[in-house]
Design a protein around this ligand. Structure first.
Ligand SMILES: [Cu+2]
Length: 112
């Protein structure tokens, strides 16, 4: 096997100024977060509140401390009382942590 090189056989540069060299790995460092775990607030919208079960369904943006992409999913509320003021359609900011293997909303506040 011949190594892939940036030069053709007559010596000219095949990829003169694209910058597509061996810097690939460095891209990943751009996304590194320095925030304390569990501290970041995530934007979301309430889809459903189940006060009996102490659960809430949220359509959420990226959750940086958990590395989770945007989606709609069910969360456990750390305290069912947190859900009293909330209803479907509310815009919220919330914090999520993994507690006992469950994604748990540890803080939630309504956004006007
Ligand atoms: Cu999710």
């Amino acid at each position: 096997m011949r190594p892939i090189q940036g030069r053709s056989t007559d010596g000219r540069d095949l990829f003169p100024s694209t910058g597509v060299s061996n810097e690939h790995a460095s891209h990943h460092f751009v996304q590194t977060q320095a925030a304390a775990p569990g501290a970041a607030l995530t934007e979301g919208e309430v889809r459903k509140v189940d006060r009996e079960a102490g659960r809430i369904s949220l359509k959420h943006g990226p959750i940086t401390n958990l590395g989770m992409p945007p989606m709609t999913m069910m969360f456990k509320a750390r305290d069912a009382a947190m859900l009293e003021q909330l209803k479907a359609g509310d815009k919220v900011r919330f914090a999520v942590e993994l507690v006992g293997g469950q994604y748990t909303v540890t803080r939630v506040e309504r956004v006007q």
